[in-house]
Design a protein around this ligand. Structure first.
Ligand code: ADP
Ligand code: GLC
Length: 468
C-alpha cells in the first residue's frame, strides 16, 4: 500500500510544533509494517536540511494559479535518510522561503502546494492508494482529487484528513476560488462554511475519513470547534480519534545527544539531578528547589497568557520555594510581561525563542512540566516529559486527558480542571508537597518513565483505517 503524507511541517527539516514531530515519525513507523510504503511530501524551504542533503529532481513542470504560471519542481532526498521517501515541492518565489508560516500570501502558498502535489501525482504511471492530509494546509486535496477535472486520473484515490489543530481552519474569501484549479461551480458548497472558503471544513466534508490526534479531542469538537460543531456531528460516522505516539528513537534519554547526562530508569534519579544542577547553574536558579517548566508557543490555546500571573503568584504564595523556567515565544505582550518578571524574580528563568536542544535539556532536568492548555488536541510535551522522568502537571482536556492520569486515581501526573491562575497554582502547591515527601518523587520518576507512548500501536490503527 502506497501512502503519501502531505504536510507543511516535518521534523527535522522544518518544525513549528507537534505536527512536524508526527509527520517525521508516523511514516517511519508505518514503514516497519509489512507491505506499507509511506512517504512524505512537503514544501521545499530554505532550511539547513536541504543544503546538507542530496536531492534529485523527479518532476519539473508548471501549474496555473489564476493568470499566473508557476514553475514547480519536486525534489526527492536521495538516501531516504529519515526512514521514508521525502519529496519536497519547490515553487520559486512562493514556497522556497525560510519558514513554513507567517507570510501575507499564505493562502496562495498552500493552494499552490496542494495543486502542485496533485499535478505531479497525475504524471505518474500508478496511482497512490492513500493521500493522508495533515491540517488545513492540505485540506482542499480531498475536494481537488474528486472534483477538479485536471486531476481526474486520481479520482477514487482514498483521502484521509487528520486534524492536529482545529483552531486554525485556513478560512479564505471566496475570491480565492479564482486561484483554484477549475471545478464545476455548483460544487462550491463542498468548500464553503458560513460564506467563506474553509479548507478544514472541506477536508471534513470530502475526505473518506478524518481523524483527530486523540479521542478526548474528538469528543470536545462536537461541543466546541470554532463554528464547525454541527459539521463534525453530521460527519461523525467517518470520524476517528487516534492518539499520537512519540518517536522513541529521537526521544530516548539513554541516547539523546542533546542531553548533558544521559540516563535510563535505573540511574534516572541521580542523572536527572546532575542535569538539573547544570541547567540551574546556567540560569541562576537554586537546584535544591523544585523546578517547574513550560515549553511552548505563547498562544491562548496553550494557556500562555496565564503564565505571568502564575509566575508571580506561585513565587509569592510559596515564599520563593520553587523555580520556574519558561522556554517559548509568540504573543509579544506575554513575552514582555515575562521579561519583566525575569528581572524581578531570581526564582524565574526565561529563554525566548525556539531552541530544540534546550527543550530536551529541560525535559530531562525539570521536576514538573506545566501545561495549562485551554485546547490541546494531543500534546507531545507531556509525553516527552514523562519519558524523561518529569511529572506532568496538566489541565484536564483533549489529549492531556487521555495521556495523564492524576496520582489521586492511580496515575503518575497531576490534573486540574479549570484553566485559571488559582487552579494552576493550587496544582503546583500539590506538586511541591509531593516533592517534599521522601521517596515519592523517585517513585513518580520511575512510573512516568515506564509509560509506553510508542508509535507502533497508533501506526497500526492508521493502517487499519486505510484498509477499511
Ligand atoms: P503544538 O504542536 O500545539 O505546539 P505539541 O505539544 O504537539 O504542541 O508539540 C510541541 C512541540 O514543539 C514539542 O516537540 C516541543 O518540545 C516543541 N517546542 C515548542 N516550543 C518550543 C521551543 N520554544 N523550543 C523548542 N521546542 C519547542
Ligand atoms: C497540534 C496540536 C497538538 C498536537 C500536535 C500534533 O499542533 O496543538 O496538541 O500534539 O498538533 O498532532
Amino acid at each position: 500500500m502506497v501512502i503519501y503524507h502531505l504536510s507543511t511541517e516535518c521534523y527535522p527539516i522544518a518544525k513549528v510544533g507537534g505536527l512536524a514531530d508526527v509527520v517525521g515519525a508516523l511514516p517511519k513507523y508505518q514503514n516497519k509494517i509489512k507491505g506499507i510504503d509511506a512517504k512524505v511530501v512537503m514544501p521545499w524551504y530554505n532550511k539547513p536540511f536541504v543544503h546538507e542533503h542530496e536531492f534529485e529532481v523527479v518532476f519539473d513542470g508548471f501549474i496555473h494559479q489564476g493568470s499566473n504560471m508557476l514553475q514547480v519542481q519536486v525534489m526527492k532526498e536521495k538516501t531516504n535518510v529519515l526512514g521514508f521517501e521525502l519529496y519536497m515541492v519547490k515553487i520559486p518565489g512562493l514556497l522556497d522561503r525560510d519558514n513554513p508560516y507567517g507570510y501575507q500570501d499564505e493562502s496562495f502558498q498552500f493552494l499552490a502546494f496542494q495543486q502542485a502535489i496533485l499535478h505531479w501525482l497525475c504524471a505518474m504511471e500508478l496511482k497512490p492508494d492513500v493521500l493522508h492530509c495533515h491540517d488545513y494546509h492540505t485540506g482542499l486535496v480531498p475536494f481537488m482529487v474528486e472534483h477538479c477535472p485536471e486531476f481526474s486520473f486520481l479520482q477514487g484515490v482514498k483521502t484521509i484528513g487528520t486534524i492536529h489543530n482545529g483552531e486554525y481552519q485556513g478560512m479564505m474569501n471566496w475570491n480565492m476560488a479564482n486561484y483554484m484549479p477549475s471545478f464545476d461551480a455548483y460544487k462550491w458548497g463542498l468548500m464553503d462554511w458560513n460564506g467563506f472558503m474553509n479548507p478544514l471544513a472541506s477536508m471534513i466534508k470530502c475526505s473518506h475519513a478524518f481523524t483527530t490526534v486523540s479521542e478526548g479531542y474528538l469528543e470536545e469538537l462536537f461541543i466546541s470547534f470554532r463554528g464547525l460543531e454541527s459539521l463534525v456531528r453530521q460527519e461523525f460516522g467517518k470520524a476517528y480519534g487516534i492518539i499520537n505516539g512519540i518517536d522513541a528513537e529521537v526521544w530516548n534519554p539513554e541516547t539523546d545527544p542533546m542531553l548533558d547526562f544521559n540516563f535510563n530508569s535505573k540511574n534516572a534519579v541521580a542523572q536527572k539531578k546532575k542535569n538539573k544542577e547544570k541547567l540551574c547553574k546556567e540560569y541562576g536558579l537554586n537546584p535544591k528547589l523544585p523546578l517547574f517548566a513550560f515549553i511552548g508557543r505563547f498562544a491562548t490555546e496553550k494557556g500562555a497568557d496565564l503564565l505571568p500571573d502564575v509566575v508571580w503568584k506561585s513565587i509569592k504564595q510559596s515564599y520563593g520555594a520553587l523555580n520556574i523556567m519558561i522556554l517559548g515565544s509568540g504573543n509579544t505582550y506575554i513575552e514582555n510581561k515575562l521579561k519583566e518578571y525575569d528581572y524581578t524574580y531570581t526564582n524565574f528563568a526565561l529563554d525566548l525563542g525556539y531552541k530544540e536542544h534546550l527543550s530536551h535539556k529541560i525535559y530531562a532536568s525539570a521536576d514538573f512540566l506545566l501545561m495549562p492548555s485551554r485546547v490541546e488536541p494531543c500534546g507531545l510535551n507531556q509525553m516527552y516529559s514523562m519519558r524523561y522522568g518529569t511529572v506532568p502537571v496538566v489541565r484536564y482536556t483533549g489529549g492531556l486527558k487521555d495521556t495523564v492520569e492524576d496520582i489521586s486515581t492511580g496515575g503518575a501526573g497531576l490534573n486540574f480542571t479549570y484553566p485559571g491562575v488559582d487552579d494552576i497554582v493550587h496544582a503546583m502547591n500539590r506538586a511541591i508537597g509531593i516533592y517534599n515527601q521522601k521517596g515519592m518523587m523517585k517513585e513518580l520518576i520511575h512510573a512516568n518513565m515506564n509509560f509506553d507512548f510508542a508509535w507502533e500501536k497508533s501506526a497500526e490503527k492508521y493502517i487499519a483505517l486505510y484498509n477499511s
